[in-house]
Design a protein around this ligand. Structure first.
Ligand SMILES: Nc1ncnc2c1ncn2[C@@H]1O[C@H](COP(=O)(O)OP(=O)(O)O)[C@@H](O)[C@H]1O
Ligand SMILES: [Mg+2]
Length: 468
């Protein structure tokens, strides 16, 4: 702010100095022209009388020309003797001035002098020339006070500086006000940014008015709530993951302790314990593997590797893989595709396969013996839809939005008994999102569930912009 003030003040002062300079020069020049005109008129008029040495006529003429003008007129001869002085003071004396000397040599001249009271005086001298011979027969020397001009310049100077000072004060007040308006929200933003960097996402910026700052404040507040959600999710994820890992570890510890505390365990019991141990280790491995997979998907490290994929072949491959599991539970696993000829889609085969597999695996896992699981394929508008339908227990409406959350299980103990980690649907969702698609579930308790994977048809191979 001080820099602005200095710049404005310097500009105003320089401008004032320039204006005063130009004005003074102009006023002096005008006065000088006026004086030269007067001196030349006098010189022309008195030349014949000077020749005749008719001094009283010269004197009268001078008086007539100069009375009331404030100009003092002096006529000297080429030897610098004062012939006539309108003030009568120098008559008969010798008056030697630079300008008079220059004029006596034939060139009119002027200069500024200070009088005894330090007032600026403009003096000019013009030669008096005898017409016939061009001989210089004298000099007319005029002296005029320029106090009035100086007074005018002084007045203008005073007003200009006053005006500059007022402008400076005004600009100062305005910039102070502006800087308050501009810096106070910026200060708020800086405070919030500092709080965010300390991990405090609960703070919010006050949204005032409807301007760019309020838009920024709203964006910052939105960012804060998103960061806060992220942070909550992160904490929840860590706590859920720890909890999930703790359960099998506790079981392992329990099994080990039982074996250790049994004095003479029979081999059959050890065999049984080892089998349980192996199951728990499998479970741990499954959780860790899925966690790693999710983390990779999340961090974007596992970039999609799209290849032209025959979607029916992908579905058939999942079907084939899960048929033994379905058969073991006496569940009819079959396909019913509405479209049979679908152009290959640019998909990351492994990731999409896993998404379909996880959902189909769930359908088989959670459907009671004797049920059915159907794999469907359809195309609606600009989307290819993969549907996995079962006639299992269904998912209550209020739970449907949560089942894609990490570690979320409807019935914890039951899901865990089936070897569930609560990560299968989260992985499936991430994989589908990676393809620009979405997953929806429609289900009614006791009536079975249908999971639908929507894939944008833009991924079809014939299209030129086949990118994931
Ligand atoms: N077809 C389905 N029928 C009923 N419940 C299901 C079905 N699919 C998923 N669920 C519920 O959603 C939860 C989350 O599924 P998922 O993420 O695959 O975890 P899990 O490892 O337990 O299978 C499951 O625990 C189950 O309660
Ligand atoms: Mg599952």
């Amino acid at each position: 702010m001080t820099t602005y003030m200095v710049v404005i003040m310097t500009t105003l002062v320089l401008m004032s100095i320039y204006i005063i300079g130009v004005l003074g020069e102009n006023l002096y020049e005008n006065e000088q022209i006026k004086l030269y005109e007067k001196a030349n008129i006098i010189s022309d008029s008195i030349a014949p009388h000077l020749l005749e040495e008719n001094m009283s006529t010269v004197d009268n003429y001078m008086l007539q020309q100069l009375t009331g003008t404030g100009i003092r007129g002096i006529v000297v001869n080429p030897s610098f003797n004062v012939l006539v002085d309108s003030n009568r003071e120098l008559n008969g004396t010798v008056l030697m001035r630079d300008v008079i000397k220059t004029a006596s040599e034939g060139t009119q001249a002027h200069t500024l002098l200070k009088d005894s009271s330090d007032m600026n005086m403009m003096t000019i001298a013009v030669p008096v020339i005898k017409k016939e011979t061009e001989a210089i027969i004298g000099v007319v020397y005029l002296v005029e006070s320029v106090a009035q001009i100086d007074k005018t310049i002084g007045f203008v100077r005073f007003n200009l500086f006053l005006f500059s000072a007022l402008i400076c004060i005004l600009v100062g007040l305005l910039s102070f006000g502006m800087s308050y308006i501009v810096t106070s929200p910026v200060d708020d933003f800086t405070k919030i940014a500092n709080e965010i960097s300390k991990g405090n996402f609960e703070k919010r910026v006050a949204v005032k008015g409807k301007n760019e700052f309020s838009k920024l404040a709203m964006a910052i507040n939105f960012m804060c709530s998103e960061l806060s959600n992220l942070e909550d999710n992160r904490k929840k994820f860590i706590s859920d993951a720890s909890h999930e890992l703790k359960t099998p570890l506790a079981t392992i510890k329990l099994i080990c302790d039982s074996v250790v505390s049994t004095p003479d365990p029979d081999p059959e019991m050890i065999q049984e314990f080892l089998k349980d141990l192996s199951d728990e280790v499998d479970r741990l491995t499954r959780i860790v593997e899925r966690l790693l997979k999710l983390t990779k998907l999340d961090s974007g490290k596992s970039a999609p590797n799209p290849v032209p994929t025959d979607i029916t072949a992908l579905l058939n491959s999942v079907l084939k893989k899960l048929t033994p599991t379905a058969n073991a539970k006496d569940i009819v696993l079959y396909s019913d595709y509405k479209i049979t000829e679908c152009a290959p889609l640019m998909l990351d085969f492994d990731k999409m396969w896993e998404a379909v597999y996880n959902i189909t695996d769930n359908a088989i896992k959670y459907t009671d013996e004797g049920g059915f699981v159907k794999l469907g394929l359809n195309k609606e508008g600009k989307e290819i839809i993969i549907q996995i339908e079962d006639n299992g227990p269904g998912i209550p409406y209020e739970e449907q939005e949560h089942i894609f959350d990490r570690f979320y299980r409807l019935d914890d103990s039951r899901a865990r008994d089936t070897g569930g980690t609560g990560l299968g649907l989260a992985i499936a969702k991430e994989a589908v999102i990676l393809h620009g698609g979405r997953i929806e579930v429609s289900s009614e308790q006791g009536m079975g569930s249908t999971f639908s994977i929507y894939i944008p048809a833009t991924l079809e191979c014939e299209k030129s912009d086949n990118k994931i």
